[in-house]
Design a protein around this ligand. Structure first.
Ligand code: MRU
Length: 350
């Protein structure tokens, strides 16, 4: 039985990019229309759209919007490609850590560069490719879900961090894709969701998705995970990823590393679920992954209200890197990769 999620995150429709405004969840479920490359840059950087695969699709849409804008000014292919390249670099700079953004934008640019069509034809090809990437992402997530579901024991309690769900992808999700596929086979499983400070993606978005889809979920604050692991209430941890190095080191939402350490101490399997597009084989280890630094207000304020002494010093890295030795397996669309990751990752790319 296939699990049907009711959530559609982002789609190319009537020459605009339509996406759920994730800054409003759980108060409002509203689609917004993004109509230019600049609007797409802002949507990605302000996290109207977020989650590694979802910002990849957003980047692919951004290139289509850029191409449509350039087409208004020129039909000269060389000028068109020079301008498109500038937009590609601009869109890729919207957020630095999730490699899916660079992957999808580069894929779109390569398509334009290698096309034999005229400028008008290239724009059409970019639109079709954006739709293809969107549909493929959902199919890939379903495969990740099915591959991961085999690892979930009957009645398991799964702890997850941040949101690696339908809203972090074109649909279905990676870590929550595994949950959805496992739940379709065994409706006695349950999820524990970390709230995920500072932006509360776990509290706001993961609980919204799971409650919407009728999957049992318990919300906990980030500091509680060790307590519940010690009590024997967590059977496995599954998280998503923003960038995986060639040796398996994995960047994901800040707090993931703490979870992996706690899981290792308590002998609880710790899995990463991600598409191959999240693996960056050009970098050897996690030390090379750029970590996004975000504004201090995300830490000092909740819902616009200060929660600390005015003027306090703040540091706000958006992601951390979990070393490969803490990861039990990486669940991909091509199957589950196990240590030694340098070899298992190499074999899946060759
Ligand atoms: O800052 P965000 O909300 O974009 O961070 C998202 C995450 O860290 C997710 O876990 C990751 O992108 C995987 S999404 C399938």
């Amino acid at each position: 039985m296939e699990f049907k999620s009711k959530i559609k995150t982002i789609e190319w429709s009537n020459n605009v990019s339509k996406m759920v405004d994730q800054t409003l969840i759980p108060y409002e479920y509203k689609m917004v229309e993004i109509k230019s490359s600049k609007e797409m840059f802002d949507a990605i950087s302000t996290m109207i759209v977020r989650g590694a695969p979802a910002i990849g699709i957003a980047g692919a849409h951004g290139i289509v919007l850029a191409a449509m804008e350039i087409l208004q000014k020129t039909k000269d292919k060389e000028v068109f490609l020079t301008e498109l390249k500038k937009h590609a670099e601009y869109l890729k700079s919207a957020r630095p850590t999730a490699v899916n953004l660079m992957w999808a934008v580069d894929k779109q640019f390569e398509l334009a560069k290698n096309s034999q069509s005229d400028v008008q034809g290239i724009v059409e090809e970019l639109k079709q490719n954006a739709i293809k990437l969107e549909n493929e992402d959902i199919e890939i997530n379903k495969k990740i879900g099915d591959n991961g579901a085999d690892l979930v024991k009957k009645g398991a309690a799964i702890l997850t961090h941040c949101n690696a769900g339908a809203l972090a992808t074109a649909g279905y999700g990676t870590a929550l894709g595994v949950v959805r596929s496992a739940f379709a086979k065994d409706n006695t499983i349950q999820v524990f969701a970390d709230e995920t400070r500072p932006r509360l993606q776990g509290a706001r978005i993961t609980t919204f998705e799971l409650v919407t889809d009728g999957i049992p979920v318990t919300l906990i604050t980030d500091g509680m995970s060790g307590y519940f692991m010690k009590k024997g209430m967590i059977d496995m941890v599954i998280v998503g990823a923003d960038r995986i190095a060639a040796n398996g080191d994995t960047a994901n939402k800040i707090g993931t590393y703490n979870l992996a350490i706690a899981a290792k101490y308590h002998n609880i399997p710790f899995y990463v679920a991600a598409p191959l597009s999240t693996i960056d084989i050009s970098i050897k280890s996690g030390t090379e992954i750029p970590i996004e630094e975000r504004g201090s207000e995300e830490v000092t304020h909740i819902n616009g209200k200060s929660i600390c002494a005015a003027g306090v010093r703040v540091i706000n890295p958006g992601f951390d890197v979990t070393p490969n030795e803490l990861i039990s397996g990486i669940i991909t669309e091509k199957g589950v990769l196990y240590p030694d990751y340098t070899n298992s990752i190499k074999s899946v790319f060759s």
